[in-house]
Design a protein around this ligand. Sequence first.
Ligand code: NAD
Length: 530
Amino acid sequence: MPSEFRNEPFTDFTKEENASSMRDAIAKVQSELGREYPLVIGGERIRTGNFLESINPANRTQVIGRFNKATRELANRAVEEAAKAFETWKNTSAADRAALLFRVAAIMRERKHELSAWMIHEVAKTWPEADGDTAEAIDFCEFYAREMLRYASDQPLTQIPGEQNRLEYVPLGVGAVIPPWNFPCAIMAGMTVAAVVTGNTVVLKPSSDAPAIAFKFFEMLEEAGLPPGVVNFMTGSGAEVGDVIVDHPKTRFIAFTGSKEVGLRVNERAAKVHEGQIWIKRVVAEMGGKDAIIVADDADLDEAATGVVQSAFGFQGQKCSACSRAIIDSRVYDTMLEKIVDRTSKIKLADPTDQTTSMSAVINEKAFKSINSYIEKGKSEGGRVLIGGGSDGEQGFFIEPTVIADVKPGATIEQEEIFGPVLAVIKAENYDDALKIANDTQFGLTGAVYSQDEAKLERARREFHVGNLYLNRKCTGALVGVHPFGGFNMSGTDSKAGGRDYLLLFLQAKVASEKVGATTKRAEAGTATD
Ligand code: NAD
């Protein structure tokens, strides 16, 4: 049996040996930029000659890699190859599949800084943010491997005389795995290995903003001994080939993480039964957030301000869990504004390869424009920009950490997911009002409350309707195994990634009942629900 699961420790970059290893990894990645990467379908490396380019958001002329774009025909083929591979992969033992994940985790650990360095270049993560992403990916492999062994062990059933009953979890079939770019290693790897360790085969379609890191991970799967066709690596337009793998009659499930708009589209398309399809597709869709931190009048204001600023601006506010609303009791509102502005002013917005950078560029030009237009909208709806508001798209997509105060409940930037470094601050009359404002959104992903009053915290446990609630701490930074993650309402299906329920989403339970020895009336009669 493997040892008890433990989270991968984060790297302490104040130690020179660690900083030096990261610098070496950055240099290595820089020497490999601009290469061409194939599609890998059924183990075959395929080139279409039609490319999408992944670029460095902090240095927009730097090409990270050129990726062959799949056609619709190749997307269909990827599903067919996955279906073929399923026929053998489903029969491998859970122990063998778990062992594969342990080997992948070991390879990732060995080349940890290299993976992080790819993220530093491809999505402009700072050193600690990239390191956290890699650690989480390793955690998913370690955690889900152990979870599979647990699900493969004897499952408790009520036994009756004359029968031997056994419940076994079996895989579903072919899955479409569609991750976002913002946790390009952790979420991409987590959804993929969850599907694979449970005996399914997949078509992995990474985000067009982060295909390089996905390819590096795919190579590690191959190195660990993953048979051809179990994971098919397919880059291409989400709208075009994404639809094909969602629609395909042999697709049995879709594991999606991304925006509400695309998630709803996937869900709707998956509901349609196509010619030859003999099942209802299962959709796991984790989507957006409009996460709030409530600061009560009795909170430790320094702690609260630090939590708000870290949650709002870590990875440029591009986390589904990011704090995009600070809802502050009117009695401490002005003091909190000062403290938030003070901490925000210390953020260093720069190139992410620099160890001292605390915030960098947003993902792409579309996001740059959209975030800037939200800042304008915030102003036009009466918001007061306390700090930031500026941007520079020349070298990369840099937007200053921006705090907009006096935002009214119901205003656009209080309701819509901005997914960038913009914090809306809302004044609440009191704690009742704060909870009401916090819940008045279509989303329900994360939230936090700062208060020193246990009764207020208890009310939040009952009334603050989010999948992940944090008390007296920031609302980002969920750890595998510790904080199973997933949201309510339009934030998704509440899959609780990194938790003990997660693998069930990739499995179905089969019960085999064998009549043995002398029979009894009860066994022959069956039950009312037969
Ligand atoms: P997105 O919805 O634009 O893209 C997600 C994935 O869907 C990408 O791989 C994309 O190529 C693909 N896609 C696009 N159109 C498609 C289609 N028609 N069919 C199939 N696939 C299609 O999201 P994004 O910009 O990559 O990620 C940011 C979003 O993800 C934010 O809304 C964020 O809140 C959310 N997110 C949620 C969680 C969570 O756990 N709830 C975690 C991370 C990110």
